[in-house]
Design a protein around this ligand. Structure first.
Ligand code: NDP
Length: 481
């Protein structure tokens, strides 16, 4: 049994209230760690530490800040195996996914913003009708709050923390209570990298106990949040009346659109990844697959044949393609959507049931990946985020029809289009109400690009200059000469 600690003011500390909660390994169903159930008192100590560290950190040279963040990236690389194992244990994802995606991306996040800040500049505006010039100062806010979810724990945690720190802010961060392990290890890495005490503080606990005090803190003017739309709505209701700056990266119900001229082999291979990677628990996963009627049956049959044979298993086995979903509660939620799909008239073409494995995984939370057909695009199964290894597949006849179907949900995070017709690709990309559109690919990420969703998928964008701008406050200085 591991006992985790907060990381506050440069030290690993126990919760002030002495309370802990269980952390469960989703692949075994067994408790493997105790997590501080932090509360307002811990958030306050973390805030005080961050506030005290701010003058030093914000005035440190950009090169010095950049060097420390790069060192953190190097240490993540050096500890790849340990971090990947921790992520797989905590989240249930296949170890090879953690090793090839989650942890390398966490180090890329740190390195990307360590470099980006050395290239940051602000604007100036020369006035032609007056002898005057304006320049824009971009300064850090002070102490900012970062709250992240359980699906890509260290990946999304660092995606917020890196730009916040690079721009000179100090941070109080709260990882998900469900997957806190790599955030705990990250605190140790920061200590080892020489990050000054108080610059980053990690407070563990659940949403109401540790998240809420952070969001409602009087002196934390910026909140960057990634998680569910309902939580985002709650956070906005608390933070907006306090005039806080908010970045909300929320849920999705993403369409994959396969036209009749698509490269079918590539579209099928990628659809398997975009549907079921990380057990379908990536906000960018495509969960509604629209296929042109002329190729519908061929595409469906080939997809079903491959997905029905996907290997669900122990995250630590090399052959495993699908690990455990993150918790028992989440497994039950996903399975309840399978029941709903049946009630709504859907046909389950494969999977959709709990898988009971043998040995130490017998109590793990495993679901066989599911494909469902025969549902109207307007039904609840096709409108609500399931966030598990479940997709629906539907035929369409025309471009106009599929655009309307794709845009019919409250969400607007990501979409993918499969076609060899470049004109159509541009037309459809333009019409989709999604913050991110991939054409003939999926999850191809350039960290300089704006990342985020439209409608109920969020407010604001992360990535590149968007993140640098988010974590800095512009001030215009006008000089007449
Ligand atoms: P939640 O909204 O349940 O939780 C996200 C984070 O918010 C967790 O750290 C959680 O803490 C915390 N939290 C919960 N309640 C509050 C509160 N009242 N005040 C402050 N913080 C709170 O999301 P999940 O963890 O379930 O993540 C899955 C969701 O995240 C999906 O909807 C997915 O689409 C979305 N997501 C969006 C992404 C995007 O970029 N748009 C990327 C990845 C995921 P705790 O868990 O400890 O209670």
């Amino acid at each position: 049994m591991i006992t985790l600690t907060h990381y506050i003011n440069g030290a690993q500390v126990a919760p002030i209230n002495g309370k802990y909660m269980d952390v469960v390994n989703p692949a075994t169903g067994k408790v493997y760690a105790q997590l501080p159930l932090g509360d307002e008192a811990d958030v306050e100590v973390a805030y005080q530490a961050a506030s005290a560290a701010f003058p030093l950190w914000s005035k440190m040279s950009v090169d010095a800040r950049s060097a420390i963040l790069s060192k953190i990236a190097d240490l993540i690389d050096q500890q790849l195996d340990e971090l990947a194992r921790a992520e797989a244990l905590d989240n249930g994802k296949p170890l090879k996914l953690a090793k090839h995606v989650d942890i390398p991306r966490a180090s890329s996040n740190m390195r990307f913003f360590a470099h980006a800040i050395t290239q940051a500049s602000s604007e100036s505006h020369f006035m032609e009708h007056e002898p005057a010039i304006n320049y824009t100062l971009r300064r850090p806010y002070g102490v900012v709050g970062c709250i992240s979810p359980w699906n890509l724990p260290l990946y999304l945690f660092t995606w917020k923390i890196a730009p916040a720190l690079a721009t000179g802010n100090c941070v109080v961060a709260k990882p998900s209570e469900i997957t806190p392990y790599t955030a705990y290890l990250f605190g140790k890495i920061c200590e080892e990298a020489g990050l000054p005490a108080g610059v980053l503080n990690i407070v563990h606990g659940n949403g109401p106990s540790a998240g809420n005090p952070l969001v409602s803190h009087l002196h934390i003017p910026v909140i960057s949040f990634t998680g569910g739309t309902a939580t985002g709505k709650h956070i906005a209701s608390v933070a907006a009346p306090m005039f806080k700056k908010l970045s909300l990266e929320l849920g999705g119900k993403n369409p994959n659109i396969i036209f009749e001229d698509a490269d079918l082999d590539l579209a099928i291979k990628t659809t398997i990844g975009s549907s079921f990677a990380n057990q379908g628990q990536i906000c960018l996963c495509g969960s509604r697959v629209f296929v042109h009627r002329s190729i519908y049956e061929t595409f469906r049959d080939r997809l079903v044949e491959k997905v029905a044979n996907m290997r669900v298993g122990d995250p630590f086995h090399e052959a495993t393609q699908t690990g455990a979903v993150v918790s028992e509660a989440h497994m039950n939620k996903v399975l309840s959507y399978i029941e709903l799909a049946k009630e709504e008239g859907g046909r389950i073409l494969c999977g959709g049931h709990r898988v009971i494995l043998e040995g130490e995984n017998k109590d793990g939370f495993f679901i066989q990946p599911a494909i469902i057909e025969g549902l109207p695009y307007t039904c609840r199964t096709n409108q609500e985020e399931i966030f598990g290894p479940v997709i629906t597949i539907m035929p369409f006849d025309s471009e106009e029809e599929v655009i309307a179907m794709a845009n019919s949900t409250v969400y607007g995070l990501a979409a993918s289009i499969w076609t060899r017709d470049v004109n159509r690709a541009h037309r459809v990309a333009e019409e989709l109400k999604s913050g991110i559109v991939w054409v003939n690919c999926w999850l191809l990420r350039d960290l300089r690009t704006p990342f985020g969703g439209m409608k109920a998928s969020g407010v604001g964008r992360e990535g590149g200059w968007e993140a640098i701008r988010f974590f800095t406050e512009p001030k215009n200085v006008c000089i007449k000469y």
